[in-house]
Each structure stands twice: as structure tokens, then as C-alpha cells.
Design a protein around this ligand. Structure first.
Ligand SMILES: Nc1ncnc2c1ncn2[C@@H]1O[C@H](COP(=O)(O)OP(=O)(O)OP(=O)(O)O)[C@@H](O)[C@H]1O
Length: 240
């Protein structure tokens, strides 16, 4: 089994003047390739903070993080940005598509932006991914003319563009009605099953979490595992 993520003793303290907020108090987390993991927890428990740290958008106050065997903590900001673009995929609650770009151009963007332009190969891959998410008839539509569920499917295709080691999704269905949310989740499950893509999904939605292969819960700054199979809650001890 390939280990995609290893996090040890992750802590995060936010400081605003005199005031300190300890949000994460020593989070240990391992993700193996091909897992579809839900991250639950009360509002304010630190889910987005943890995802931002794992997504290399924020630095932890203490602890060590390695992604696909690479220790990422010591990397410069420039190398972290490159690592993020090449190895991680992101899906947010709000799709963040570029409104003046077509669906195809949005999907190709993570490859086209660093290359300074879009190649034929990129176009072909983006078209293939749009077909994969059921939008072959919307390839040349501007993002503004897509429905909310379609935009989120474009966002998933975009997250897959660079064949990332890990896809981080922060409330990917939070802005969708039940039907669209189910379709988006079904799509993530398919991509997970058929292509072995690894997902870490932060969600408030128990329906989403129940369809993941593993559930984790953040509580009081620590991670508690809540296995789907056993429905038991146990402390998530570090793996040896
Ligand atoms: N930049 C910051 N400065 C100070 N405190 C912050 C900062 N960012 C987040 N926090 C605090 O950290 C805590 C966790 O926030 P976070 O957004 O990670 O929670 P969450 O579990 O994702 O919440 P929700 O489910 O409501 O999105 C909150 O108390 C928040 O106020």
C-alpha cells in the first residue's frame, strides 16, 4: 500500500496580538493511496485549518508532514507552490471556476498556467476528463452557463488534471441540492474506485460521510477515528 500522507503531531496556534487560539493539538493522520476519507467535526473544530495545512496553503505551528514520501515542511514557498500544483488537487465549496473560460479551459488550467499556454495534449486530456465527469456536451460552454452541479463536476475534472497524489475537498457538496450533491459524490466514488484517486473530504453531511471508506472526526483539536464498519469511536493512535 502506498502511503500518500503522513502527518505527525500537527499543531496550529493562531495568534492575534495577546490572544492565542489553539486549534490543532497534535493531529496524527495517515492516508493510503486509494482511500476516500471523510473528515467530520463541529463547526470551528479546525477542519479547514487541517485541510489548509495538508494542502500546503498554511504552515503548522508544530509537527511533521510528508506527502507521497516527501517531507514538505522544509520546502521554500516557491517549491511548496509547485508541489501543490503538481501533486495535489483541490475542490472547494464554491467551485472557483474562471468565469470567462470554457469548461475545457478551466479543466486544463492547472497544467496550462505553469506552462504559459495550453497544448494540444492538455486540451485532449481536459476533454477526456470532461467526458469522464459526464459533461462531454458542455466542453466549450463558458463556466457561467453551467449549473451549480455541473460547475462542481468541472471542478472535480480540474482537480484531476495533473493526476494528483491526493485530492482535498472542502465541503464539495455544501452548496448543492441533494440530487446534485449525490451526483457529485457518486462521481468522486467512481473516480476513487476506477482510478485509485485518493480523497480527503471535509463535510458536515452525514450522508456524504457514510459513503466514504473511512470517517475521521476532529474533536477538541485531536483526530478521532469513527470507522464505518464498526461504528465505534476510538482514539486514532499513531501507526508504527
Ligand atoms: N487566521 C485565523 N486567525 C485566528 N483564528 C483563526 C484563523 N483561522 C481560523 N481560526 C479559528 O480556528 C478555529 C477553527 O477554524 P476552521 O475554519 O478550521 O474550523 P472548521 O472546523 O473548518 O469550521 P466550519 O465547519 O465552520 O467551516 C475557529 O475557532 C476559527 O475562529
Amino acid at each position: 500500500m502506498t502511503r500518500v500522507l503522513q502527518a505527525r503531531g500537527i499543531e496550529k496556534v493562531f495568534r492575534n496580538g495577546e490572544e492565542e487560539t489553539r486549534v490543532l493539538k497534535g493531529v496524527d493522520l495517515d492516508l493510503d493511496r486509494g482511500e476516500l476519507v471523510a473528515l467530520l467535526g463541529a463547526s470551528g473544530s479546525g477542519k479547514s485549518t487541517l485541510l489548509s495545512i495538508i494542502g500546503l496553503l498554511l504552515r503548522q505551528s508544530a509537527g511533521a508532514l510528508s506527502i507521497s514520501g516527501e517531507a514538505v515542511d522544509g520546502l521554500s514557498e516557491t517549491r511548496r507552490a509547485r508541489f501543490r500544483n503538481e501533486r495535489l488537487g483541490f475542490v472547494f465549496q464554491f467551485h472557483h471556476l474562471l468565469p470567462d473560460f470554457t469548461a475545457m479551459e478551466n479543466v486544463a488550467f492547472p497544467a496550462a498556467a505553469p506552462a504559459g499556454g495550453i497544448s494540444r495534449q492538455m486540451r485532449d486530456r481536459a476533454r477526456g476528463l470532461l467526458a469522464r465527469v459526464g459533461l462531454e456536451d458542455r466542453i466549450d460552454y463558458p463556466a457561467t452557463r453551467l449549473s451549480g452541479g455541473q460547475k462542481q463536476r468541472v471542478a472535480i475534472a480540474r482537480a484531476l488534471m495533473n493526476q494528483p497524489d491526493l485530492i482535498i475537498a472542502d465541503e464539495p457538496t455544501g452548496n448543492l441540492d441533494r440530487d446534485s450533491a449525490d451526483r457529485v459524490l457518486d462521481l468522486m466514488r467512481e473516480v476513487n474506485r476506477e482510478e485509485g484517486a485518493t480523497f480527503l473530504i471535509c463535510t458536515h453531511d452525514e450522508g456524504v460521510a457514510a459513503r466514504c471508506t473511512r470517517r475521521l472526526m476532529l474533536s477538541d483539536g485531536l483526530l478521532i477515528s469513527n470507522d464505518v464498519v464498526g461504528h465505534e469511536i476510538r482514539a486514532d493512535l499513531p501507526h508504527s
